[in-house]
Structures are given as structure tokens and as C-alpha cells.
Unconditional design. Structure first.
Length: 343
């Protein structure tokens, strides 16, 4: 059932809350990756195995696409396969956003918010299969779906689970996504359909990021009132100025409960490129799961400081460094290729 608004008994949870599973869409589209494609499926296999040590993994694709991972992961516990056709493998953006009941003892099941999809403003046709992924997952899980009928990607929004949403105006208020909606209209839509109270808007994007500035590359909540944010101290890097501006915006911002944000900078790799094309390498594209945080690393001097900062930010969770030097050739990393399903 779709076309519903969430009732006041539901809320948008934070990623660090308990997961029922993490979803992955198996890769099969060479065109969205720079350089040799053969290195890409093994990265997804490594990631699936890592996550499956901590929580269930659901891998989607058509029957033909799933033949390879069924073979590669035949010995892996905690991994299941669901036949849902895909156009591409960026399930953070194509999968549903899950709402949970405010009262965990209410007996209510989560609900799935299913956005419209047009491949980041029409960049990578065809996208018809991916346009059906969120509803197919909701149906597979027998969850009521909420369909706002606007284009929005999951990587474009970030929440603290306590009524605050962060988003980048550049990729949310976009005439190629929703030509008839200005910022006020988009903010009202987000508040109504995600049951949140305040939107904190940032700007800019990372050079090479074809999403037009998804927030999961720029700033992430690590607790209510606390944010880690990308910083680029190298003044020769094209990301330096826009990230500095975002840091200033975040340091001046307050959340839905009136708390001034505590902003912790994390330096990202400088001038990270593949064959002359700068890529959006960011340690902020991490996944928080049941007892772990999988963190993108790129084999450079920013890796260890980022890992230490996130270890301090998520006490009690195991920090899992994950080599993203191949995955980033698709202009995304761990968070972009996973979709957490909150329990």
C-alpha cells in the first residue's frame, strides 16, 4: 500500500540503531566505473563477507546477475539472495528509507519510504529497473510503503534519529530532479514524509561526485548533536573552499532540540584521481552497523587519523577499515553501495 503519510507514531531512525539487515545490489554495469571492471565484483564480495560477520546481508539482482555471487558466496553464512532486477548497484540511492515506530513495544512494523528515481537527474540511462527497487524491497519485506512522488536519493539525507535531517541543497533542490519544487516545498515534503522537525542545509560537493553533492560524502551524524564533517586543508585541492564553507555552516547550526552542533573535522584525501580524473574519495562514506563501522580507506596519510576519529566517535563498535581504491572509481564508496534496514 502506498501514497500514505507516516503517522506521528513513526520516526526516521539513525543509522547506528539496530539493523535487521544490510542490502547490497550486485554490480553488473561496467559503464559507471572508470578503468578495469574486473576488480569491482570482488570488492562487493569482500564487503558482503565483512558485513555478514555482524548482521544479515540481502543481495539483490536479476536471476542472471545473481548467479555469480551465489557461487562466490556459497560458503558465506548470513547472506541471502533476493531476485529484484537492477539497472545499477548504488542501492543507498535506489533502496527505500525505513521509518520505525517511536514506541518499540507498540507492535507496529517499520514502514518504507519509496522515492522516485531518475539516476541523479538523468545522468545514466536506462534506469527503469532501479526505479522499482525500493517498492520491490518493501513488498519483499511485507512493509507498508509511503510514496511521496518526488525524486530523492538515500545518500542525499542524513539524520540523528532525534528529529534533525542534514541535506545538501544542491542535490535536493534541483530542477533536473524536481523541477516544480523550491527549497521551502522540498523542506516541507521532507518534514511531512520523514517525520522530522528540522532540516540543516549545506552546499557544495566533492570534485568528481556525480551525485551533485550527497551529504554522505560531506557530513555525518555520529550522535545527536554531534557531526563529523569532511575537511580539505590542501588549498590547491578544488574541494578546499566548499568544505571550509560547510564547516562554518555546521558550526553555526542547531539541531531540532536546540543543541548547537559539535562539529569534528575529518581530513579527506587530497587531489585523489584515477588517470587524471579527480574522484570523490571521502572517509565520511562509512557504514554504521550492528557492532561495527566500515570505513573507506584509500592507502594515504588521511586513513589513520580518520580511523582514530571514528573509533572515538563510536565507542563499543569495531572499526573495520575497507580498501575503496577500486570502488571509488565508480565515484562512490561503502555507504553508497549499501542500504541499512533498521529493525
Amino acid at each position: 500500500m502506498g501514497n500514505q503519510l507516516p503517522s506521528p507514531i513513526f520516526r526516521l531512525p539513525a543509522e547506528w540503531e539496530p539493523h535487521a539487515a544490510t542490502w547490497i545490489a550486485w554490480p553488473h554495469r561496467r559503464a559507471t566505473f572508470l578503468g578495469p571492471y574486473e576488480a569491482i565484483p570482488p570488492v562487493y564480495e569482500r564487503l558482503a563477507r565483512l558485513i555478514a560477520r555482524y548482521e544479515p546481508v540481502q543481495i539483490i539482482g536479476s536471476r542472471d546477475v545473481l548467479a555469480a555471487p551465489r557461487s562466490f558466496l556459497a560458503d558465506a553464512a548470513n547472506v541471502a539472495f533476493v531476485e529484484i532486477p537492477t539497472s545499477d548497484s548504488w542501492i543507498r540511492d535506489t533502496g527505500p528509507v525505513f521509518l520505525v515506530p517511536r514506541d518499540a513495544s507498540s507492535g507496529q512494523r517499520p514502514r518504507a519510504v519509496c522515492w522516485e528515481w531518475n539516476a541523479w537527474g538523468g545522468k545514466y540511462p536506462p534506469w527503469d529497473a532501479d526505479a522499482g527497487v525500493s517498492r520491490a524491497i518493501a513488498k519483499h519485506e511485507s512493509l507498508t510503503s509511503i510514496e511521496p512522488h518526488i525524486v530523492l536519493e538515500g545518500g542525499a539525507i542524513e539524520t540523528d534519529g532525534d528529529g534533525t535531517l542534514m541535506a545538501n541543497e544542491r542535490c535536493v533542490v534541483d530542477p533536473k530532479r524536481n523541477p516544480s519544487l523550491d527549497r521551502d516545498a522540498m523542506e516541507n515534503t521532507l518534514k511531512r514524509h520523514l517525520a522530522i522537525d528540522r532540516v540543516i542545509w549545506v552546499g557544495g560537493d566533492l570534485a568528481g561526485d556525480d551525485t551533485d553533492g550527497h551529504i554522505d560524502q560531506l557530513a555525518r551524524f555520529v550522535a545527536p548533536g554531534r557531526v563529523v564533517a569532511a575537511r580539505q586543508p590542501d588549498r590547491l585541492d578544488p574541494n578546499h573552499e566548499s568544505l571550509d564553507r560547510n564547516l562554518a555552516i555546521l558550526r553555526a547550526a542547531s539541531d531540532a532540540r536546540g543543541r548547537r552542533l559539535d562539529v569534528i573535522p575529518i581530513d579527506i584525501p587530497a587531489r585523489f584521481a584515477f588517470e587524471g580524473t579527480q574522484l570523490p574519495a571521502s572517509h565520511l562514506n562509512f557504514l554504521v552497523g550492528n557492532g561495527f563501522v566500515a570505513v573507506p580507506v584509500f592507502g594515504g596519510p588521511t586513513d589513520e587519523p580518520a580511523l582514530r576519529t571514528l573509533e572515538a566517535s563510536f565507542p563499543g563498535r569495531t572499526i573495520e577499515p575497507f580498501d575503496c581504491t577500486s570502488l571509488i572509481r565508480g565515484r562512490g564508496a561503502i555507504h553508497c553501495v549499501t542500504r541499512d534496514q533498521i529493525a
